[in-house]
Design a protein. Structure first.
Length: 326
């Protein structure tokens, strides 16, 4: 299969590109390289392009026709929740405009298979074991753009026979190789590692939730498993035809903030007692993915556990810090 991957030089994108290549697929990457790192995908054809630009549809169409693309995996998007609250119009233009331009090009080039990178942010403040049938109620402009992106994909499926799967990731962490790790200090694992390196205690926002240890519980899933979920979804679309499905991607298991900090301390050998701060508005106590739907439809399930997530994240942290791996 010949696959176009937008945002393929990013953290999850690069893992998926390498998984595709490892399965013998031909891959072309489009990325604006604002946060992507081309060295992650050395040897893979790469076109630098802003998907939200006015010229993007024609450029994408030309690439699809020239490379005889069969399918697209769409990662390219802005993804900082706080930034989206400060620049909502820009987020809508970048995320929805980029997706709209991609779909225009796909329709023109008659490319009818798409895996869309969505997010558990579409569930907003929902708590508990969350299934795909849970009401969607995004509480940030970022989450809204992902939810509206799913609607746009659905409209394209109805209009011209697109086959699609939208994957709602939960908390992605870890690294398949040290050089592929997450370099953005935006999520719990890299934030804790950064603070420990600086000799600063990790911060826990709220320790009085109705959970076993009083801290929030989340579903952490290894980035390698997330990459494999994209391949499983793509293979399902290829075999099933013009479907339109939404799938959660997680382990279906919860880890508390306190448990994650303890695991990072064990692996890094650098434990500091966390500082307890006030709760953050909108943080639900417990959010874990229900993953029966993706298992039933594609056979995919997460293989890697918390130890593999933390160990690989630590090795990547050492790699980017220029320190020897332990």
């Amino acid at each position: 299969m010949r696959v176009l991957v937008t945002g393929g030089a990013g953290y999850i994108g690069a893992h998926t590109v390498l998984a595709l290549s490892g399965r013998g697929h031909s891959v072309v990457v489009v990325d604006d390289l604002v946060t992507g790192r081309p060295e992650r995908i050395a040897g893979i054809p790469l076109k630098r392009l802003d998907l939200a630009s006015d010229t993007a549809p024609s450029v994408l169409e030309d690439i699809m026709r020239a490379q005889r693309i069969d399918a697209v995996i769409h990662f390219a998007a802005r993804k900082q929740v706080g930034e989206s609250a400060e620049r909502p119009a820009w987020y809508y233009r970048e995320n929805l405009g980029g997706l709209a331009n991609l779909l225009i090009a796909m329709e023109r080039a008659q490319v009818r298979q798409l895996v869309f990178s969505s997010s558990a942010a579409v569930y907003g403040g929902s708590s508990g074991a969350v299934s795909e049938s849970e009401p969607t109620a995004a509480i940030s402009p970022y989450g809204e753009t992902k939810l509206a992106g799913e609607w746009l994909v659905t409209a394209a499926c109805r209009a011209w026979g697109l086959g699609a799967a939208s994957l709602r990731y939960f908390n992605v962490a870890g690294a398949g190789r040290p050089e592929l790790g997450d370099t953005a200090i935006l999520n719990l694992v890299p934030i804790v590692l950064e603070r420990l390196d600086a000799g600063e205690a990790p911060i826990i926002f709220g320790s009085d939730y109705e959970t076993p240890d009083g801290t929030c519980i989340r579903d952490y899933v290894h980035v390698v498993d997330v990459a494999e979920a994209h391949l499983a979804a793509l293979e399902t679309i290829e075999s099933a035809g013009p479907i339109n499905r939404v799938f959660n991607v997680g382990r279906g298991e919860g880890t508390s903030v306190l448990e994650m900090i303890a695991a990072i301390g064990r692996v890094s050998g650098n434990s500091l007692a966390p500082t307890i701060a006030d709760r953050r508005p909108g943080d639900p106590a417990f959010v874990v993915a229900r993953v029966e739907a993706i298992r039933a439809a594609t056979g995919w399930r997460a293989r890697l556990g918390l130890d593999e997530i933390v160990r690989s994240a630590w090795e990547s942290h050492l790699y980017f810090a220029g320190r020897p791996m332990t």
